[in-house]
Design a protein around this ligand. Structure first.
Ligand SMILES: [Zn+2]
Length: 187
């Protein structure tokens, strides 16, 4: 297998692998993963095979069962949880992943726990407050809203409960899309 140049260590030691998966009620997706044999750099992303419109998904999470809802987050997707005031935006290091709503809460928890160790004392109370909320959400004891916006329609919340709508022009303007994708759309 031919190796590509690693964006981090610049050696020709990057392994690429690609596979497709059929997601019911969403369509076929491509899962792309890269891994550097030399510096262990890893990147993953997901895309839809079909061309889709800019979409926003919204779901109200009310019980433990809702936490099992499948979520496809491409690197171009923005995740918002208004009750936490948290927004996960695309960026150069944004990864794509397939998970469920609990998996997203887990990721947020990890970041908050890291902040607990590194944040200045002034902000610690806020971080602790958020962690307590996330714990309640993970136990299905605190309802919340999950919004997922993707200008390319590569992301989605796979549930009958999720409300899907087209993003407005104004929303599209305000969404971050990630550097790599911006370059692609210039053409
Ligand atoms: Zn490398």
């Amino acid at each position: 297998m031919e190796l590509a140049i690693c964006p981090v260590c610049k050696k020709q030691s990057l392994l690429l692998s690609m596979r497709t998966e059929e997601i019911p009620y969403f369509g076929k997706i491509i899962i792309l993963t890269t891994r550097c044999e030399n510096c262990k750099f890893k990147h993953a992303d997901v895309f839809t095979v079909e061309i889709k419109e800019p979409l926003s998904y919204k779901i109200r999470v009310e019980c433990e069962e809702d936490l099992n809802t499948k979520v496809i987050r491409s690197s171009s997707g923005t995740i918002i949880i208004p009750e936490l005031g948290i927004k996960i935006e695309p960026g150069t290091h944004a990864q794509g992943f397939i998970t469920n709503i609990e998996g997203i809460l887990e990721r947020i928890e990890k970041v908050l726990k890291f902040q607990l160790k590194t944040q200045k004392v002034k902000k610690l109370r806020k971080v602790k407050e958020l962690l307590a909320k996330v714990e309640k959400m993970r136990n299905g004891k605190l309802g919340f809203t999950l919004i997922l916006k993707d200008p390319f329609g590569n992301s989605g919340i796979i549930s009958k409960k999720a409300k899907k709508r087209r993003l407005s022009k104004r929303e599209l303007k305000n969404l971050k899309t990630g550097l790599i994708i911006l370059e692609m759309t210039k053409k």
